[in-house]
Ligand binder design. Structure first.
Ligand code: 1GP
Length: 279
């Protein structure tokens, strides 16, 4: 029987399988609608396992059209909304990260926006992924810390990050997301990821300031189940394959990860790519 929460179900399977996923973040304001199918196709071909769509400040009204375009090109890759506000809901996506900004103390982002969005979300048919969202200091103020009017967790305080993530899990949130913010000067230190990973069982998403395959690999090795890259791909889409491979190589060997993929003759590390397609 098909799971009623297919995306969550697959994300929860990553850790027991020892597999790692690579997510491409798409900012709908930076993506012309006409380019979306090409972008979706590139993500599919170059090793992405899912696409996140959103931004702290989405000013345009092309969200539905961008998601439709991505879907046309991405051919089955899950498309998950990563909203900066209650206005960023599109029933065209598969799922939505319902973010509680648990590193901050801004009630709007802990419950206020959620109340505003609740009825629309209920009607949307989107799979809802309740997520403990934690901003970690990335070395300079980012759009998200400014817009959210919250202070990030200091990058040298892994204990605070671990306790915050654990509190989120105890509150019933299903995913954790450690974010240094888009375009962060420094990615999140592996030691901080490791301490959160040690204290929590929920799937852990990590992003912000990851530009090089070595950084993506370090985040996955430290315990990220999903590694997210946005900015670096906007400026250089050509590096997608290397980033995806770096993440997948941290997972199990190709044959263990996906015998089906190996049989289909997918070359290289594509065989180690987890199957995150909704089913
Ligand atoms: C930001 O985690 C994401 O919310 C990705 O960050 O754009 O810096 O890759 P980058």
């Amino acid at each position: 029987m098909a799971s009623s929460n297919p995306v969550l179900h697959r994300l929860q399977q990553l850790r027991p399988e020892g597999a790692k996923a690579f997510a491409v973040l798409v900012d709908p304001d930076e993506t012309p609608v006409a380019d979306a199918p090409k972008l979706g196709e590139r993500a599919r071909r170059q090793g992405a396992d899912l696409m996140l769509v959103g931004g702290s400040l989405v000013l345009g009204d092309a969200l539905d059209a961008v998601v439709r375009g991505l879907r046309a090109g991405a051919d089955g890759l899950p498309i998950v909304l990563f909203p900066g506000s209650a206005r960023q809901i599109s029933p065209e996506a598969d799922a939505i990260l319902l973010l509680s900004l648990i590193s901050g103390r801004n009630p709007e982002l802990l419950i206020g926006q959620h109340v505003q969005a609740a009825m629309e979300l209920d009607r949307s048919g989107l799979e809802i992924l309740p997520t403990g969202y934690m901003l970690i200091d990335g070395g300079a103020p980012t759009t998200v810390s400014y817009i959210s009017n919250t202070q990030p967790i200091p990058r040298d305080k892994p204990g605070i990050a671990a306790a915050t993530a654990l509190a989120g899990e105890q509150l019933g949130l299903r995913l954790g997301y450690l974010d240094a913010g888009s375009g962060a000067r420094h990615a999140i230190p592996p030691s901080l990821i490791r301490s959160v990973r040690k204290r929590t069982a929920q799937p852990l998403i990590v992003g912000g300031g990851i530009r090089e395959p070595e950084q993506a690999s370090a985040a996955a090795q430290a315990g990220a189940d999903v590694v997210v890259v946005g900015n670096a791909l906007e400026s250089d889409p050509g590096r997608m394959r290397a980033l995806a491979d770096a993440v997948h190589q941290v997972g199990p060997s190709a044959a263990q990860a996906s015998p089906a993929a190996a049989q289909q003759g997918n070359g290289g590390t594509d065989a180690a790519r987890p199957d995150l397609q909704p089913r």
